[in-house]
Design a protein around this ligand. Structure first.
Ligand code: SF4
Ligand code: SF4
Length: 477
């Protein structure tokens, strides 16, 4: 044996009480270290490089050479230890992208919205009456594109987006009727989802969504003072009162599936605990997730660096509450934490940050193909349209660029397989280039994922049944 060295970007050590665990970054797996492995890693951390004589001298007669050899070999197999002269491998070599396993299509049914939220990122947003509406024919072509690209899947997702999707219900109803027949012919399931500002909900609409088992998410930003700061009508009035009333009706009447809430955090709004308690405990949303704005077009809405620190500190406090509940087999409904637990539990070795451009595409009202809902109406060139088909060379080139981490800050980042360079739209908004990673709050994100790994480890050690009860069923649903 020559000199050996630690490959730090491939491991993360977690202490839980007196136990020490190794989170293996390339596979997303967790291993409990035995006393020899633990001491060996401590020695590597102190000395950097280790040679056979140093190891012999350190362990003397306490550990047999065979035991030491076995521990070192298992570390080398995991690629957390390697010959000091060797070239470390952190990421798989990116392969050319030839297929797009689409299972989700997002239909932007109307560029119009009846609200005029101050921070809205949609470049093509207008009022519902002036909005461009998607025709039934374009919607059908979009879904046929999905089926042609990815036939024989057991399940597909059709997502209705806007503007405000409820402002174009006739086409949603037509598409749902058509899908029910089309997917039944194929013996495939189809799942409908929709994100709404809730203001246009009526009892009859809720009953309709219940009947069709829609997955519903409401955009709402917290208690009145926080919500009304940005979520206003075209005339400038706060919308909290009407949204609260409609949400009350929705949650009382809708029982097909849990209803989630999506909160947008902007400058001056950082108190995630108060927001969570209001939306989850008082109003009754089953899950609440936070989206901090850091790279919007209007920089006055972006959270400052100090505010981001506050947001993450609050998210950690909510995370500790999530942990306590998980140890009692309960899910508090803190969406960001639950998503992180799901990613870690499934060992999601994410090569890409999300499904956009690979498993999911968004179609705009005119049939143009976009990476995801956030890009419809943006200046980013389209990736084809539903008449001429997907521009596969352009899409493959985009995806391959993001798959190749070499010479990016992500190459050796310890959370590279969870973050994967971050949201394309954030990069696009920040740098005007969706193909580069969005580096703007990496340290905070690493700290958040480190925290998540510790929470995950604790739940695994003390109540692993939580994952069977609350994480696996969510995926299969
Ligand atoms: S964007 Fe930053 S945090 Fe994310 S993987 Fe890259 S370097 Fe790590
Ligand atoms: S690119 Fe960003 S906004 Fe679009 S689906 Fe991915 S994470 Fe979401």
């Amino acid at each position: 044996m020559g000199s050996l060295t630690l490959v730090k970007p491939n491991l993360h050590l977690v202490d839980v009480d007196s136990r020490r665990l190794l989170f293996h970054v390339p596979s997303g797996s967790l291993f409990e270290l035995d006393p020899v492995g633990r001491e060996l890693l401590e020695l590597f951390e102190q000395q950097g490089h280790l040679t056979a004589p140093v190891l012999r001298q350190h362990f003397e007669s306490r550990v047999s050479p065979g035991e030491l050899k076995e521990a070192l070999e298992s570390f080398q197999e995991l690629e957390i230890v390697q010959e000091s002269q060797g070239v470390a491998r952190y990421n798989p070599k990116p392969r050319p992208v030839k297929q797009f396993p689409l299972t989700t299509v997002v239909l932007n049914v109307n560029t119009g919205c009846n609200l005029s939220c101050t921070y809205c990122y949609k470049e093509d947003l207008t009022t519902p009456s002036k909005g461009d509406r998607m025709s039934f024919e374009t919607a059908v072509k979009s879904i046929e594109m999905l089926l042609a690209e990815s036939p024989n899947q057991p399940r597909y997702n059709v997502v209705f987006f806007g503007g405000e999707p409820l402002s174009h219900m006739p086409v949603i109803r037509q598409v749902v009727d058509w899908c029910e027949q089309r997917f039944a012919q194929l013996s495939a399931d189809v799942d409908f989802t929709l994100t709404t500002n809730a203001t246009l909900l009526t009892p009859a609409l809720i009953d309709y969504f219940n009947d069709k088992r829609f997955g519903l998410t409401v955009s709402m930003d917290g208690p009145k003072t926080m919500h009304d700061k940005n979520r206003i009508t075209v005339g400038g009035q706060g919308t909290y009162d009407v949204v609260r009333k409609k949400v009350g009706m929705l949650l009382a009447r809708y029982n097909a599936r849990p209803v989630g809430c999506r909160v947008t955090l902007t400058r001056g709004i950082t108190d995630v605990e108060t927001i969570f308690d209001h939306l989850h405990n008082e109003l009754g949303f089953s899950e609440v997730g936070f989206g901090p704005v850091t790279s919007g077009d209007i920089s006055a809405f972006n959270l400052t660096a100090d505010e981001m620190v506050e947001v993450f500190a609050g998210m950690k406090r909510l995370g500790r509450r999530y942990l306590s509940a998980a140890l009692e087999n309960r899910n508090t409904g803190f969406g960001n934490m639950h998503q992180l637990m799901t990613d870690i539990h499934e060992g999601n070795k994410k090569q890409l940050p999300c499904g956009a451009g690979v498993g999911l595409l968004a179609v705009d009202t005119q049939g143009g193909i976009n990476l995801c809902h956030r890009f419809t109406g943006s200046e980013l060139p389209l990736f084809g349209d539903v008449d001429s088909g997907i521009d596969k060379p352009a899409l493959a080139q985009f995806v391959e660029t993001r798959l190749d981490r070499s010479n990016t800050g992500c190459e050796t980042c310890r959370i590279r397989n969870i973050c994967s360079g971050g949201c394309y739209h954030e990069s696009y908004a920040k740098y005007g280039d969706a193909s580069v990673p969005s580096y703007h709050y990496c340290d905070l994100l690493r700290d958040w994922v480190d925290f998540g790994v510790e929470v995950y480890t604790r739940i695994m050690l003390e109540n692993s049944a939580f994952f069977d009860r609350h994480v696996s069923p969510r995926r299969s649903a």
